[in-house]
Unconditional design. Sequence first.
Length: 201
Amino acid sequence: MTIRQAILISFLALSTALGSGQAFAEGVGTKTVRQANSKLSKMFLAENTVSEAEMLAKARKQLGGFLNVEELGKRALSEHWSSLSKAKQTEFTTLLRQLIETNYVKGMKANVKYKVSYLGEKPQGEFLLVQTVVKSKRKGRPLKIEIDYLLSKSGDTWSTFDIITDGIGLVENYRAMFNKIIGKSGFDALLEKMRRKLAAS
């Protein structure tokens, strides 16, 4: 599965849930994911005829409080992060956020529907892991995807910094891709590649 596919499936799981089959007492992590799901679902169902630009603006507002892109990017860059200037850290985070949001809206425009089941949550050190299963169909055949959300707390607010699809996280996927580009061509080449990708989207 490509990074783009992982992003789309993960966020579509949030935004197009049709049911939960819940059989457990919801914790704060599950409530956080479900609330993000509800807000995004209502937004897209009510406004599925608006332009992509308008949809992107609304998605940015809703996703901003749920997905911690800075933490995701920092963990994906790993040791490279601390060596960057503040300006480059900011540009990188901004580009990453825009790419994720753009891919998300393109996925929503495809109007693919999934059914999401919330399975529960468990602590992972200082974090919470919220477990879900997405069921859909691909070429007429049943499709089942495990999607977990790793949440961290800042003050009184929980947000996700990693989304794990069938055992492979966005942080892990991004880290492999970023390390390959940086190792071959340097960090500036990574920024340029992200700019070109965003301009072409």
